[in-house]
Design a protein. Structure first.
Length: 256
């Protein structure tokens, strides 16, 4: 398997149907991937689910199971969601071709989680808030909602196409006119970045930037920052710089 494919994790959030889980395992193996993660799946895999995983039982049996989304994404550098709904609150939404190209570049050196929501409800707002950006698969307005495993297959297929374009399947790598993968090596994980948002919240309160008691504004600012930092990830140097800025602000405010 190509090294970058090992860095991509397909995360199914609270899937209800074992058949969809089995079909998703088959879909990602069809396209040369292996990492399937399940957040609160059904307690048992039915025979139907195993039947849908035809020739991909190795992927299904090795799937990592988590009790919470936070646990599933904590060691990933960039979190990407999938959606059929649009709206300003949901942050940046990229078409599938552009979004998967971005994932391909990041995955050259970093772990990326791609989140797929529940069959009936998709991803909840708090789960979308964890994503740097979202991917939308364009579909008919008559029937816009895709089956879960079909969405997994399309994303995996688009990702595999980008691998072929860079020569990964032939072993001869073609040089891109502009390759930004070297600019995004060794990004910090979700778990390492998470504490900075609480610190930024405290600094904003010190500066009295947020009107007293306006928790909605604070939440909107932090969610916007999560989307902003999460689109490209954050290096250790960048994280330390933000920590340093917060420290200097705290010192200046304390002297007043």
């Amino acid at each position: 398997m190509n090294a970058w494919k090992q860095n991509i994790f397909f995360v199914l959030v609270e899937p209800l149907e074992p058949g969809n889980i089995g079909s998703s395992a088959r879909a990602i193996k069809n396209m040369g991937f292996r990492n399937l993660c399940l957040v609160n799946p059904p307690p048992e895999m039915s025979e139907e689910g195993r039947w849908f995983a035809r020739n991909a039982h190795d992927v299904l049996d090795s799937a990592e199971v988590y009790k919470s989304l936070e646990e599933a994404i904590k060691d990933k550098a960039v979190i990407v969601g999938t959606t059929r709904r649009e709206g300003k609150r949901r942050g940046v939404i990229l078409p599938v071709e552009q979004g998967t190209a971005r994932i391909r570049d990041i995955a050259a050196h970093n772990k990326v989680a791609i989140l797929f929501g529940r069959e009936a409800q998709g991803l909840h707002n708090d789960e979308v808030d964890q994503c740097g950006f979202l991917i939308k698969i364009q579909s008919s307005t008559i029937q816009p909602s895709l089956n879960l495993s079909h969405a997994v297959l399309i994303i995996a297929y688009e990702l595999s196409k980008h691998g072929q374009k860079t020569g990964d399947t032939s072993g001869k790598v073609r040089k891109k006119k502009y390759d930004n993968s070297t600019l995004i090596e060794n990004l910090q994980t979700h778990e390492e970045i998470a504490p900075i948002y609480e610190r930024i919240s405290q600094v904003l309160e010190l500066l009295e930037y947020i009107p007293r008691g306006d928790r909605n504004l604070m939440k909107n600012i932090i969610v916007t920052l999560k989307h902003f930092f999460g689109r490209a990830g954050m290096t250790e140097k960048e994280l330390n710089m933000i920590q340093g800025l917060c420290t200097q602000i705290e010192k200046k405010v304390a002297k007043k």
